[in-house]
Design a protein around this ligand. Structure first.
Ligand code: ZN
Length: 66
């Protein structure tokens, strides 16, 4: 992940609004936003996998979802 801003359309009322979120944030659909740079960068996926592993180790330790 990086500091790039990802633009996407989120549902709002009867239509959609244009939203700018930082790369790596979760969008309105619960998906991780990835900028074009990271999308084709294998190391970005590694970062995601590490973050997931961190969350799993937390839940195993009884801390639950942070
Ligand atoms: Zn990025």
């Amino acid at each position: 992940m990086c500091e790039n801003i990802v633009n996407y359309n989120a549902p709002s009322g009867y239509g959609y609004i244009s939203v700018n979120e930082k790369c790596g944030n979760t969008n309105a659909y619960g998906n991780t936003l990835v900028c074009n740079d990271c999308q084709y960068d294998p190391t970005a996926k590694d970062h995601r996998a590490n973050a997931k592993a961190d969350r799993e180790s937390y839940s195993y330790a009884g801390y639950g979802e942070l």
